[in-house]
Design a protein around this ligand. Structure first.
Ligand code: SF4
Length: 94
Protein backbone atom coordinates (compact mmCIF):
# COMPACT_ATOMS: atom_id res chain seq x y z
CA UNK A 1 0.00 0.00 0.00
CA UNK A 2 2.99 2.27 0.40
CA UNK A 3 3.94 2.05 -3.24
CA UNK A 4 3.73 5.54 -4.84
CA UNK A 5 1.55 4.25 -7.68
CA UNK A 6 -0.95 2.82 -5.22
CA UNK A 7 -1.01 6.07 -3.24
CA UNK A 8 -1.61 8.05 -6.42
CA UNK A 9 -4.43 5.66 -7.32
CA UNK A 10 -6.01 6.12 -3.89
CA UNK A 11 -5.76 9.90 -4.23
CA UNK A 12 -7.48 9.70 -7.62
CA UNK A 13 -10.29 7.59 -6.20
CA UNK A 14 -10.63 9.93 -3.21
CA UNK A 15 -10.75 12.97 -5.48
CA UNK A 16 -13.36 11.35 -7.68
CA UNK A 17 -15.43 10.47 -4.62
CA UNK A 18 -15.26 14.05 -3.36
CA UNK A 19 -16.21 15.37 -6.78
CA UNK A 20 -19.32 13.16 -6.77
CA UNK A 21 -20.72 14.61 -3.52
CA UNK A 22 -22.57 17.52 -5.19
CA UNK A 23 -23.90 15.15 -7.86
CA UNK A 24 -25.19 12.73 -5.23
CA UNK A 25 -26.69 15.60 -3.24
CA UNK A 26 -28.37 16.90 -6.38
CA UNK A 27 -29.61 13.42 -7.29
CA UNK A 28 -31.11 12.96 -3.82
CA UNK A 29 -32.72 16.35 -4.08
CA UNK A 30 -34.13 15.46 -7.49
CA UNK A 31 -35.59 12.26 -6.07
CA UNK A 32 -37.43 14.39 -3.51
CA UNK A 33 -39.89 15.11 -6.30
CA UNK A 34 -43.16 13.32 -6.76
CA UNK A 35 -43.38 9.72 -7.99
CA UNK A 36 -45.58 10.62 -10.94
CA UNK A 37 -46.03 7.05 -12.15
CA UNK A 38 -47.30 5.71 -8.84
CA UNK A 39 -49.39 8.82 -8.24
CA UNK A 40 -51.15 8.29 -11.53
CA UNK A 41 -51.55 4.53 -11.03
CA UNK A 42 -53.09 5.03 -7.58
CA UNK A 43 -55.06 8.15 -8.55
CA UNK A 44 -53.34 10.30 -5.92
CA UNK A 45 -54.92 13.65 -5.16
CA UNK A 46 -53.76 16.37 -2.77
CA UNK A 47 -57.20 16.61 -1.20
CA UNK A 48 -58.97 14.06 1.03
CA UNK A 49 -61.80 11.78 0.01
CA UNK A 50 -64.41 12.34 2.72
CA UNK A 51 -62.71 11.31 5.98
CA UNK A 52 -59.90 9.47 4.18
CA UNK A 53 -56.58 11.28 4.03
CA UNK A 54 -52.88 10.41 4.06
CA UNK A 55 -52.46 11.44 7.69
CA UNK A 56 -54.95 8.74 8.67
CA UNK A 57 -53.42 6.10 6.35
CA UNK A 58 -51.11 3.38 7.60
CA UNK A 59 -48.87 3.89 4.54
CA UNK A 60 -48.08 7.53 5.35
CA UNK A 61 -44.59 8.51 6.52
CA UNK A 62 -44.93 11.76 8.44
CA UNK A 63 -42.93 14.81 7.42
CA UNK A 64 -41.19 17.34 9.65
CA UNK A 65 -44.49 18.52 11.11
CA UNK A 66 -48.15 17.51 11.03
CA UNK A 67 -48.82 19.83 8.08
CA UNK A 68 -45.53 19.22 6.23
CA UNK A 69 -45.39 16.89 3.23
CA UNK A 70 -44.20 13.39 3.97
CA UNK A 71 -43.60 10.11 2.23
CA UNK A 72 -45.60 7.02 1.50
CA UNK A 73 -44.63 3.36 1.75
CA UNK A 74 -46.24 2.58 -1.61
CA UNK A 75 -44.75 5.56 -3.46
CA UNK A 76 -40.98 5.07 -3.40
CA UNK A 77 -38.91 8.24 -3.57
CA UNK A 78 -41.87 10.53 -3.19
CA UNK A 79 -41.41 12.96 -0.30
CA UNK A 80 -44.11 15.40 -1.33
CA UNK A 81 -47.17 13.51 -0.13
CA UNK A 82 -49.64 15.93 1.42
CA UNK A 83 -51.06 14.90 4.81
CA UNK A 84 -54.40 15.99 3.36
CA UNK A 85 -53.93 13.80 0.28
CA UNK A 86 -55.59 10.56 -0.72
CA UNK A 87 -55.14 7.68 -3.17
CA UNK A 88 -56.80 4.35 -3.90
CA UNK A 89 -54.24 2.47 -1.74
CA UNK A 90 -55.57 4.18 1.40
CA UNK A 91 -55.71 1.87 4.43
CA UNK A 92 -56.95 3.13 7.77
CA UNK A 93 -54.18 3.64 10.30
CA UNK A 94 -54.58 1.17 13.18
S1 SF4 B 1 -51.23 5.00 0.32
FE1 SF4 B 1 -52.26 6.74 -0.66
S2 SF4 B 1 -53.61 7.53 0.95
FE2 SF4 B 1 -52.05 6.25 1.96
S3 SF4 B 1 -50.41 7.65 2.54
FE3 SF4 B 1 -49.90 6.80 0.53
S4 SF4 B 1 -50.68 8.33 -0.90
FE4 SF4 B 1 -51.70 8.71 1.04
Amino acid sequence: MNHPTQRRQLLKIGSAALAMIPVIAFTNRASAAANAGMRAALKYQATPLAEKNCLGCMQFIAGASAKAPGGCKVMPGDTEIAPTGYCTAWVKKA
